[in-house]
Design a protein around this ligand. Structure first.
Ligand code: UD1
Ligand code: MG
Length: 452
């Protein structure tokens, strides 16, 4: 059990964005939210996020997943942590400090750092990394005995200190009481005139407390995002992590570099994902499905054995054994049943399509309730909109809809109805009828010669 404090008040100038940096997303989840979720997965009891720049926007985006403390003016990382002083004072267990712009940090690393901190009996432990290029980071200065002495910022470092390649990740574990004490002693006497959280280590050492450093095994975990190039680098790493997790769970992914799956997607075993597929958060896919190239699924619920080829499905459900595509567009609020066929260039919106129905080609079904085992001919259109209002079309079970039929809704079609090709249906049809709604054909023989 511990408390985590997440620093997220900065501007993020280099993002060149109207949005604060920490709500930019990696694989569908805000930078800061990744850090909050990692803390919680590591066992954080309380999470307090320090917000400042565009605080309302950050708060609104994150919702009630954590507590917030406001840092109205950004006077440094130490000053940021001071804003959570009440939370820190009432914290049970350790206080873990994290940055809101390091989405790749894992629960594992947070737990390992906590274990290390406790097993050494430290009052403060800084999470470090050894980098080939340490420029820009605070450097970890160690004494002859190998113990951490202090952290110097790049701007305050001597030439010799600049050669150190062990850096401060900006993440720490503190004993709560020691942290409260050290914060009370901070001063802004440095190159940037800020309250540096890093100074707490020296303060604790001079008070006779124990300070240590825990080096991460994977340097990617401490990557901070400052601009959109780094945002993309982090997203690539996260994409690889997410895809590998699915593959390890029994999902086949062809050319995973081209497959973008957001956070929180569920996929059953023996499902195959082909290349160039996008699967957004809120999607659940069953077992033994095939998601063919070029598909985009957003908040879709796909049941077992469905196959989706080069199609877009948004906020809709697709039953098991159902075939969709190529080039179908299932728009929000559709429920498509089991063993349905939704073929090429078919668009469905806000409709229920029951089991065994076939909508094979070039068809628009909007605001409709379609029964079981209905067969739609090519080019069927529900005329659901009169320019002002939308109306529903209801079609019973076992109907046969001829090619090029229009339903001028509102329309009710009973069970077992046959509709002649080319019909424009403007009135309800009783069950088991044949409906023909088109002009009778007239052939005027010899017309071409009489025309002159
Ligand atoms: C900080 C560390 C440095 C470390 C680096 C790791 C200090 C003094 N330096 O430097 O040793 O190597 O992080 O990335 O701590 N923030 C606030 N309020 C503030 C200032 C910052 O909330 O007043 C937040 C920022 O939004 C950011 C985090 O704290 O999420 C780090 O701040 P940043 O300005 O990036 O610190 P660095 O100079 O990179
Ligand atoms: Mg930084």
């Amino acid at each position: 059990m511990f408390t985590s404090v997440i620093l997220a008040a900065g501007m993020g100038t280099r993002m060149k964005s109207k949005m604060p940096k920490v709500i930019h997303t990696v694989c569908g989840k805000g930078l800061c939210r990744w850090v909050i979720d990692a803390s919680k997965a590591a066992g954080a009891e309380t999470v307090c996020t320090i917000i400042g720049h565009e605080a309302e926007m950050v708060k609104e985006r994150l919702g009630d997943v954590c507590n917030f403390a406001l840092q109205a003016e950004q006077k440094g990382t130490g000053h940021a942590v001071m804003q959570a002083i009440d939370v820190i004072k009432s914290a049970k267990g350790e206080v873990v400090i994290l940055n809101g712009d390091t989405p790749l940090v894992t629960a594992e690393t947070i737990k390992n750092a906590l274990d290390y901190h406790k097993s050494c009996g430290n009052h403060a432990t800084v999470i470090t990394a050894v980098l080939d290029d340490a420029s820009g980071y605070g450097r970890i200065v160690r004494g002859a005995d190998g113990g951490v002495r202090k952290i110097v910022e790049q701007k305050d470092a001597s030439e010799e200190e600049k050669n150190i390649n062990e850096i401060n990740s900006g993440m720490y574990v503190f004993d709560g009481e020691s942290l409260v004490y050290a914060l009370s002693k901070l001063t802004p006497n440095n190159a940037q005139g800020e309250y540096y959280l890093t100074d707490t280590l020296e303060i604790l050492l001079s008070a006779g407390k124990k300070v240590g450093g825990y080096a991460v095994s994977d340097n990617d975990e401490i990557r901070g995002i400052n601009d959109r190039v780094q945002l993309n680098e982090a997203e690539k790493l996260m994409q690889r992590r997410i895809n590998e997790t699915h593959m390890r769970n029994g999902v086949t992914i062809h050319n995973p570099e081209s497959v973008y799956i957001e956070d929180g997607v569920k996929i059953g075993s023996d499902t195959e994902i082909c290349q160039n597929v996008t699967i957004k958060s809120g999607t659940e896919i069953g077992s033994d499905c095939v998601i063919g190239s070029g598909s985009m699924l957003d908040r879709a619920l796909i049941h077992d054995k469905a196959d989706i080829l080069s199609s877009v499905i948004i906020k809709s459900e697709v039953g098991s054994g159902t075939h969709v595509g190529p080039f179908a567009y299932i728009r929000p609020d559709c429920t498509v049943g089991d063993n349905v066929k939704v073929g090429d260039f078919v668009e469905i919106k806000n409709s229920k399509i029951d089991d065994g129905t076939k909508i094979s080609h070039l068809t628009y079904i909007g605001d409709s309730d379609v029964g079981k085992r209905v067969n739609f001919g090519c080019g069927t259109v529900t005329c659901n909109y009169d320019g002002k209002k939308k109306y529903r079309t209801k079609i019973g079970d076992d109907c046969f809809v001829g090619c090029n039929t229009n339903f001028v809704s509102p329309i009710n079609v009973g069970d077992g109805v046959y509709i002649a090709a080319g019909s424009t249906i403007t009135e309800d049809i009783p069950e088991n009828s044949l409906s023909i709604a088109r002009a009778r054909q007239v052939n005027k023989e010899g017309w071409k010669d009489k025309r002159r």
